[in-house]
Design a protein around this ligand. Structure first.
Ligand code: V55
Ligand code: FE
Length: 497
């Protein structure tokens, strides 16, 4: 049943298009942003992040936030001053919709609802990271797009010189801080609805060294994953795909409250697909991974878990989904013995019972035992002025009013509250120096200011976490985004924007 396409002249009335969530659609450059406080000279590099931001008004009535076109923001920080640049990734969708001067792509990851046939449906809207001299703009349904980090020009779709064996590439690849390898995978790797997962490892100069095909027990979303020195772990979100439903014009995903959370565990090197073990844990929503490491033969995975369907806009078969105000995620530590024959995992350990997501660590500790976590936090005691902000917050995204820093050795939780009319987006951690202790440095995070309806970049010193080190003011509003990364100038082959 094809979707009836109405040429709209305004965005749909749905909450994800209202208030601060109204698409921004701005491309351009702003030099010398206003800065209050002082940005230390040591912070020298570029903060890249991506937001889903529809270029054209969609013809889908309730188009979710996750279906917007990827727009990359770059904040180049040098000598205490900040230049800003923002560009759409020139995906096939963006280019062809510009030619047609209207939306052509239909529902989120449902090609049966499109106005034209696309070769690649990527919106490139979920993560942006620097690898082998290029930016990769990722969406988990496609290969990444490759961008010039200094101009944000789109170079093209990235098939790694023909080496990419999979039709898909995760938005959460991991970089090994020791070897510089990129460790990644694709799910539904042989096309929509296929249970095939393709795991791979890429050397810092772009050569594929490990390619392993495995088969998942269900066709569910594998959004993030975990990597240690010797293992990789694939958590499956109980949101499942059904091609027949998609052909009827239905949703890409359906929440299945009867499924366990599967954790696929595979040796990181030299494995075959049949080596994978699918462990099980009771039904829940596995969110973003903080980090994973090995200790005494066990694999520990620190991950955000919610007991509710975080993607409430994709309900279960009966149409049930939770009230978004009641969704919360906590930090848990799973302990997996990869040699175990009992595939039911022991209960995970609760490490932080405060509503938090979008975790980061000091990436120098990636894949080994970390002691610091940084994240977005919803702190109901912090003093948010709810009556002031409610009319303009919009909806369809998870709100967080604070940043958190958890020291896992002492369980000390530091909180940064950006203000009573402010929400924070995913932070990025910048170490104070190359030799700084783990977790000693700065957090950068975009902040939505609902009083001015403008965006701000807050910089917080981990040694003085309650007050901002600096606030950078944008003269525009950026739509809330997903993921991003800090790239130090010394690590980038060409200069920033
Ligand atoms: C996520 C985001 C996506 C997506 C799948 O945050 C999962 C999770 C922005 O798009 O397509
Ligand atoms: Fe994500």
């Amino acid at each position: 049943m094809p979707t009836h396409r109405v040429q709209r002249t305004t965005f749909p009335k749905a909450e994800q298009f209202q208030g601060f969530m109204k698409p921004c659609r701005f491309e351009g450059e702003i030099r010398d942003l206003e800065v209050e406080g002082t940005i230390p000279d040591r912070i020298d590099g570029t903060f890249f992040r991506v937001m889903p931001d529809p270029q054209y008004i969609p013809f889908i009535e309730n188009d979710p936030w996750f279906n917007g076109d990827g727009s990359i923001s770059a904040f180049q920080v040098r000598g205490g001053r900040v230049n800003f640049k923002q560009r759409y990734v020139q995906t096939e969708k963006v280019v062809r919709e510009r030619q047609a001067n209207k939306a052509l792509l239909g529902k989120y990851r449902n090609k049966y609802t499109d106005a034209v046939e696309f070769k690649v449906r990527s919106t490139a809207n979920t993560n942006v990271l620097y690898f082998n001299g290029k930016l990769l703009a990722c969406k988990e349904d496609s290969p990444p797009y490759m961008l010039d980090p200094s101009t944000l020009d789109t170079i093209g779709l990235c098939d790694f010189d023909g080496q990419l064996p999979s039709m898909t590439f995760t938005a959460h690849p991991k970089i090994d801080p020791v070897s510089g390898e990129l460790v990644g995978f694709g799910y539904e790797a042989k096309g929509d609805g296929t249970p095939d997962v393709c795991y791979y490892s890429i050397t810092p100069d772009g050569k594929f060294t490990e390619t392993v095909w495995l088969v998942a027990p269900v066709v569910g979303m594998i959004h993030d994953f975990a990597v240690t020195e010797n293992w990789v772990v694939f958590p499956i979100i109980p949101q499942t795909c059904d091609i027949e439903r998609m052909k009827q014009g239905g949703e890409r995903w359906q929440w299945d409250p009867n499924l366990p959370v599967y954790f696929g565990v595979l040796p990181r090197r030299g494995a075959q697909g049949s080596d994978v073990k699918w462990f099980r844990s009771p039904n829940a929503f596995p969110g973003h991974v903080y980090n994973a490491y090995e200790e005494a033969g066990n694999v520990h995975v620190d991950i955000s878990i919610s007991d509710k369907n975080v993607f409430f806009w994709w309900p279960d078969a009966e149409g049930n989904s939770p009230d978004p105000r009641e969704i919360a995620a906590f930090l848990f530590r799973f302990t997996i013995d990869p040699t175990a024959t009992d595939l039911d995992l022991p209960p995970a350990e609760l490490l932080l019972q405060e509503n938090n997501e979008f975790p980061r660590i000091d990436d120098r500790w990636s894949m080994k035992k970390h002691h610091h976590g940084f994240f977005n936090l919803m702190d109901m005691t912090a003093g948010t002025n709810w009556p002031a902000i409610m009319p303009v917050v919009g909806g369809g995204f998870p709100p967080y009013n604070s940043l958190g820093h958890l020291d896992l050795r002492t369980n000390k939780l530091d909180k940064y509250f950006p203000g009573p009319t402010h929400f924070a987006q995913e932070p990025a951690f910048v170490p104070r120096s190359e030799t700084a202790e783990e977790g000693d440095g700065y957090l950068l995070a975009l902040v939505n200011n609902y009083a001015t309806m403008l965006s701000e970049l807050h910089i917080v010193d981990t040694r003085n976490f309650t007050k901002p080190q600096a606030v950078v003011y944008l003269p525009v509003r950026l739509r809330p985004g997903l993921h991003g990364n800090w790239v130090d100038a010394k690590d980038m082959e060409s200069a920033g924007p």
